[in-house]
Ligand binder design. Structure first.
Ligand code: NAD
Ligand code: DAU
Length: 336
């Protein structure tokens, strides 16, 4: 029976992945290793906390001894989601991004070698490819051209993974996905921020002219892709995942206003993000061909369900926005 170390399992994608795998794979033990930073939330997994194949370990991927202790629980496979993930925060302060995303990956790779891990998956991002013009798609052969401190730290981590695969023969696969949306996404990212603000009749800050384009994919489609890469990916290969769903931010904002029945006056144009990437779009034919994967959730269906999830989970959003969830950690763990 595989014992899978999932790092960052208390975040948005990691928690969706843990729930998905527990529901669909009766043979895998999951150890969720998460530092519980501001983005990690135990409330994202309250429904599985007592599951017999699930264990939570609080730990930091940059801490060698904590990582080794977790690996020593019989880990056979690793899926590395843990990261500092928000571009705007990386522009404010790149330090935590270099530490967690680069050093954390190095520590994990060393431990994977030491403990003879069979399969290692690095969850990366399409942002490592930089920005596209009006046409074209990112393929796995697009040269790396990261533009933000976040994407630079993710690209550096990808290069380390490739170096460990080449030098030490570690079985390692890299996935690069476009923009995810769905339940449990921290309300600093566009869709959960805008939906939660609009539900409360608050304004939504559109950066610059709002004509930047992102390729949206439902988080469960991404999780299924990561799972396929783990099970079937060839060592040393990169697999792109995307939703074939390009939307300009402003058009997406108009769609959200329409679905929520809110007026355009709630749009607030604000200063642009520094170095803002103009367009991302993914060619995911390699993953379709080699992994038998394809995005399944139609965008409007997924978006409507996501809006309803945020409406039904207003308390989850409120606890984050008023930082109540941090007090919960203080009580549970005596400080962060
Ligand atoms: P998130 O910010 O919601 O969650 C990150 C998780 O990692 C949190 O639970 C946090 O506590 C944990 N973490 C952070 N630093 C840690 C450390 N030092 N040690 C252990 N745990 C730590 O992020 P997300 O949106 O779920 O993204 C997960 C991964 O997917 C990231 O690697 C990100 O780069 C990648 N990704 C995200 C998207 C997206 O649209 N959100 C798209 C493609 C790829
Ligand atoms: O492409 C994958 C990446 O998608 C992941 O690697 C990142 O972890 C994830 O955060 C996301 O990065 P983006 O920067 O694209 O996502 P974000 O939700 O921050 O912004 C989406 C777009 O919306 C982007 O063009 C900036 C814009 N935006 C964002 C926010 C938060 C606004 O106009 N206003 C906002 O308030």
């Amino acid at each position: 029976m595989p014992t899978l170390l999932v790092t960052g399992g208390c975040g948005f994608i990691g928690s969706n992945f843990v729930r998905h795998l527990l529901a669909t794979d009766p043979a895998t033990q999951i150890i969720n290793f998460d530092a519980l930073t501001y983005a990690g939330n135990l409330a994202n997994l309250t429904d599985v906390v007592k599951h017999p194949r699930y264990t939570f370990v609080r730990g930091d991927v940059t801490d060698r001894e904590q990582v080794r202790a977790a690996m020593g629980r019989g880990v056979t496979d690793v899926i590395h989601f843990a990261a500092e993930s928000h571009v705007d925060r990386s522009i404010q302060d790149s330090g935590p991004f270099l530490k967690t995303n680069v050093i954390g990956t190095q520590v994990l790779l060393d431990a994977a070698r030491e403990f003879g891990v069979k399969r290692y998956v690095q969850v990366s991002t399409d942002e490592v490819y930089g920005s596209l013009g009006d046409t074209g798609l990112f393929t796995e052969h697009t040269p790396l051209h990261p533009n933000s401190p976040y994407s630079a730290s993710k690209a550096a981590a990808d290069l380390l993974v490739q170096a460990y695969q080449h030098t030490f023969g570690l079985h390692a696969v890299i996935t690069r996905c476009s923009n995810n949306y769905g339940p449990y996404q921290f309300p600093e990212k566009l869709i959960p921020l805008f939906v939660s603000n609009l539900l409360a009749d608050q304004q939504v800050p559109v950066y610059g002219d709002g004509m930047q384009v992102r390729d949206w994919i439902h988080v469960l489609d991404h999780c299924r892709g990561v799972e396929a890469a783990w099970r079937k990916g060839r060592s040393g290969e990169v697999y792109n995942f995307g939703g074939r769903c390009e939307k300009a931010n402003l058009h997406l904002t108009h769609l959200l206003l329409e679905l929520l029945g809110k007026p355009k006056s709630l749009i607030k144009y604000v200063a642009d993000r520094l170095g803002h990437d103009r367009r991302y779009a993914i060619d995911c034919t390699k993953a379709e061909r080699e992994l038998g994967w394809a995005p399944q959730v139609p965008f409007e269906t997924g978006l409507r369900e996501t809006i309803e999830w945020y409406r039904a989970n207003a308390a989850w959003v409120a606890a984050i926005k008023n930082k109540d969830y941090l007090a919960y950690y203080e009580k549970q763990y005596g400080g962060r």
